[in-house]
Design a protein around this ligand. Structure first.
Ligand code: SAM
Length: 539
């Protein structure tokens, strides 16, 4: 990617003048020079300044008397915000990158090895730092409202997208609509983001691929829009969950099966043994054994005895029954198990050790005790699951959904029209580990060693090199299955700046990069960050 480094002068801080003389005219598209006033604009380019939410459309003005370029951007109020955001000083440098003929990106150059903007901000003394609140205020001062997914069409310009939703713009209820909250999954993207790019780049009847399909967000949203989808994931539990979410159900039959198992477990575990005799003539010997013991050390360690008995009873009944929707029942069991673990309320994602006694709960600001039972969750999630699959059935189409348990570096991909995906990121999450309880309870095959960029391998330079290599290997296969001109939409919080190298190595055209502010409100990973949506095109 072509780029130029330019030095900041005091004029940048005072007047927003970025001296771009050293870039030379050849670095910009023809026709960029405009007149001396706004009355005669040249062909504008789009400038993205790292850390700022708005894209800037600007040309380069010329001098009224001489007609020569003035070597600054005409639009420049953003420059002051940019230097303040990154805490840049006069004589420090910024890099201007040409992403494509009409799109440029401005980023701070690594000034004297002082590290990232965040580190620089932390090191600063004496100068006032930009608070995160100020940064957020800037972000939400867009000139137009956050985008409503259903309004997007092929013709919606990318620069008109505002993906910085606040809670009041996009409520949790909508973000977790129908099957999207069938089971917790750390690392999924929100359905509205997927919907926007599916509407922009695909038409009903086409086929979208997600090589890292996770919990199936892409498949569900594609189906809702009548777009066929193919998804791969290396984790068996994720594929089970994705299939259950995107599945088509005979709702009466599903309801009958879900309530049937629940009732059996209730009779076997919830009522007095003498009463139970009236309902369950004779509990099979096998069940009696199962209820009292399991050889899984993990399960014995992570569940209170009563909770474990209830979960194992449920597992027993779905195993011996002849249920058509067995996978749906497995997901109810898994979700209940997750809630019934011996954990604190505030660390459900990656608890390190079982919590056996009372503890001070940061979430509820009081002393809480760990869960001892599981049946209440089995009941709650059975009913919730039925409601959610019924809700999805109302918007489900007959578009095909194919989901495979596979390593995307090794699959042979059938013809597709494009890609919508959020890949795993280097050193961030162990995708098998987050559902360890399911693997133990359901006896699913583990394929952890084939996960790309797992947290367990860290973020060393070697881990990053391997990550780029693996992600590129997947995209090489993907590109082989696409026609030229097809789009790949890739969502990543690329804090180590790896995706420009990946794009280069696979030879795609970078059509655009849309940034959005993400504000996670709950959980151990609460906090805000910027996420990038890379829009690539096969050449
Ligand atoms: C960020 S998550 C995707 C989440 C998904 N977009 C969703 O909304 O549920 C990345 C996924 O990539 C999967 N993955 C990691 N390595 C893989 C590989 N070699 N082949 C296929 N999938 C892989 C992980 O199991 C994980 O589910």
């Amino acid at each position: 990617m072509d780029s130029r480094v330019i030095k900041l002068t005091t004029a940048a801080h005072k007047h927003g003048n970025l001296n771009i003389r050293t870039c030379g005219l050849g670095f910009f598209p023809k026709g960029i020079l405009g007149g001396s006033t706004k009355a005669k604009l040249g062909n504008e380019i789009t400038v993205k300044a790292e850390g700022l939410p708005d894209y800037i459309k600007t040309d380069i003005p010329t001098d009224r008397n001489t007609g020569r370029p003035r070597w600054i951007f005409r639009r420049r109020s953003w420059v002051k915000k940019f230097v303040r955001y990154h805490n840049l000083k006069p004589n420090e440098s910024v890099r201007i990158k040409r992403i494509n003929e009409k799109t440029y990106e401005v980023i701070p150059e690594n000034n004297n090895g002082q590290g990232s903007t965040k580190q620089r901000l932390r090191k600063t003394t004496g100068t006032r730092q930009v608070t995160s609140e100020e940064r957020r205020v800037e972000i939400y001062q867009k000139h137009f409202d956050p985008t409503k997914a259903s309004d997007v069409t092929h013709d919606t310009p990318l620069e008109r997208l505002n993906l910085n939703w606040r809670e009041k713009d996009l409520r949790e209820k909508e973000r977790t609509k129908h099957v999207h909250r069938l089971h917790p999954y750390l690392g999924k993207y929100i359905p509205q983001l997927v919907e926007i790019f599916l509407r922009k780049y695909f038409t009903p009847g086409q086929t979208v691929l997600d090589p890292f399909v996770g919990s199936g967000t892409t498949s569900v949203q594609a189906n809702e829009l009548g777009i066929n989808s193919i998804g791969y994931d290396v984790s068996a539990f994720n594929i089970l969950l994705a299939r259950v979410k995107a599945g088509k159900y005979d709702l009466i039959k599903a309801r009958k099966e879900v309530l049937d198992v629940l009732n059996k477990v209730r009779l076997a575990t919830q009522i007095d043994k003498r009463q139970a005799k009236l309902f369950v003539e004779d509990l099979p010997d096998e069940l009696k054994e199962l209820l009292s013991e399991t050889d899984s050390e993990y399960l014995k360690e992570w569940f209170a005895p009563r909770a474990l008995r209830e979960l194992l009873t449920y597992r027993y009944f779905i195993k011996i029954g002849t249920y058509y929707y067995l996978d749906l029942l497995k997901v109810i069991l898994s979700r209940s198990a997750r809630s019934a673990r011996l954990t604190t309320h505030f660390d459900l994602d990656f608890p390190k050790n079982p919590q056996r006694g009372p503890y001070w709960c940061y979430k509820h600001s009081r002393t809480c005790s760990p869960i001892k039972e599981a049946f209440k969750f089995l009941r709650r999630y059975s009913l919730d699951t039925l409601m959610r699959i019924e809700e999805f059935a109302r918007v489900r189409t007959d578009a095909s959904v194919e989901l495979y348990h596979a390593d995307s570096r090794k699959v042979r991909i059938p013809p597709i029209d494009g890609v919508m995906t959020s890949p795993p990121y280097v050193g961030l999450i162990d995708y098998h580990d987050q559902h360890a309880y399911s693997y133990h309870l359901l006896g699913l095959p583990r394929n952890c060693h084939n996960e790309i960029g797992p947290a367990s391998k860290g973020r060393s330079e070697e881990a990053k090199r391997q990550y780029k290599h693996d992600i590129a290997a997947v995209f090489h296969r993907v590109l082989d299955a696409m026609k030229s001109g097809g789009h790949l939409v890739v969502v990543a919080h690329d804090r180590a700046n790896l995706y420009s190298d990946i794009a280069n190595s696979i030879g795609v055209e970078v059509e655009d990069i849309v940034r959005r502010h993400v504000n996670r409100r709950t959980g151990r990973r609460a906090g805000s960050f910027f996420e990038s949506v890379y829009i690539w095109r096969k050449r």
